[in-house]
Design a protein around this ligand. Structure first.
Ligand code: CA
Ligand code: CA
Ligand code: CA
Ligand code: CA
Length: 314
């Protein structure tokens, strides 16, 4: 029985796992250094991630026979000394191929560790997730800063998955949330059946040249750092970021699992963030019909095969 108590959840306002919208191309700055080629960096960063996986292990023995006070959190350590016979992460991870969000020709082998898949609902990529997490970075350039903690929360925080680092978004959809939770008389929340995992991402799926500013007590993250997140996936809700009545997962028009590259009217807002998807001045919510059972009907008034909310002349 996997059960854990948490203090009352709070809303995440400031957290390093939120991606910044930095500008890689400020060529007016005299000190401007062009960002490294993403395809070349892919090779170096993958080697660094794989080097970590070969030389580190996690507390799999604790998960196999949990001590009475076990907190079901993943801990990593180096395979050395007393631990030299431990099974390396490389033998225990899964991987999948995921696309770079900037250069669609670049594809990453994203490694993730599925310790406990979870038994509740599986989030879609643009959903809302409540998680606990620990984020560290790996940097080969300075051994003294290898595997540094930069952000964590043992209290559950609620995140819009479209706003967090891409590699974490890609990993969370491989897990399931808790089956149930209950509030104890002392105000703590107990979850059951939640997912526990980790992801080991190349910098291109993390911050690349735009690490978040240092938060109080945190350490600055070097550019091009590989990131590791371990997490517990506790709750998930369907995301409708633009509140137009269409769940964001249904606004992935090209069905490629990315929310940011679908933009019917070609304005500055992708469809999942655009309350008037075709730019015809009629809000999307007025061009669809939400039925009593929650299903959505998409009228096609002019019968041209394009539903009204994506049709600028209808
Ligand atoms: Ca929407
Ligand atoms: Ca898409
Ligand atoms: Ca929309
Ligand atoms: Ca229309």
């Amino acid at each position: 029985m996997k059960k854990l108590k948490f203090i009352l959840p709070v809303l995440a306002l400031f957290s390093a796992i939120i991606t910044s919208c930095g500008n890689d191309d400020d060529t007016t700055d005299p000190n401007f250094i062009p960002a490294r080629d993403r395809a070349e960096e892919l090779i170096a960063s993958t080697a660094e991630v794989e080097g970590y996986l070969e030389t580190h292990f996690y507390n799999y023995e604790e998960f196999a026979s949990p001590p009475a006070d076990f907190d079901f959190r993943i801990k990593f350590d180096t395979i050395a000394g007393d631990n030299s016979n431990k099974i390396p992460l490389m033998s225990q991870v899964d991987f999948k191929m995921v696309k770079d969000r900037v250069d669609s020709d670049v594809e990453y082998k994203l490694y993730f560790l599925k310790v406990i898949e979870g038994e509740g609902d599986r989030p879609s990529f643009p959903d809302i997730a409540r998680i606990t997490y620990e984020g560290t970075y790996v940097s080969d350039e300075d051994d003294s800063i290898k595997n540094k903690l930069f952000d964590s929360s043992v209290s559950p925080l609620r995140f819009d998955m479209t706003q967090i680092v891409n590699g974490l978004q890609d990993a969370l959809i491989e897990f399931k949330a808790a089956t149930s939770f209950s509030t104890n008389p002392d105000g703590t929340v107990a979850y059951e059946g939640y997912g526990v995992g980790a992801v080991f991402m190349q910098s291109g799926l993390g911050y690349y040249v735009n690490p978040p500013p240092t938060t109080t007590g945190g350490v600055p993250i070097p550019v091009y750092s590989q990131l590791i997140f371990s997490f517990q996936l506790l709750e998930t809700e369907v995301g409708d970021q633009d509140n137009d009545g269409i769940p964001s997962v249904m606004e992935d028009i090209n069905e490629n699992g990315l929310e940011e590259d679908d933009n019917t009217d070609g304005d500055t807002l992708p469809n999942y963030a655009d309350a008037d998807d075709d730019g015809d001045g009629r809000p999307t919510e007025d061009e669809i019909i939400i039925n009593e059972d929650g299903s959505i009907t998409f009228p096609d008034t002019d019968g041209d095969g394009t539903p009204d909310h994506l049709d600028a002349d209808s």
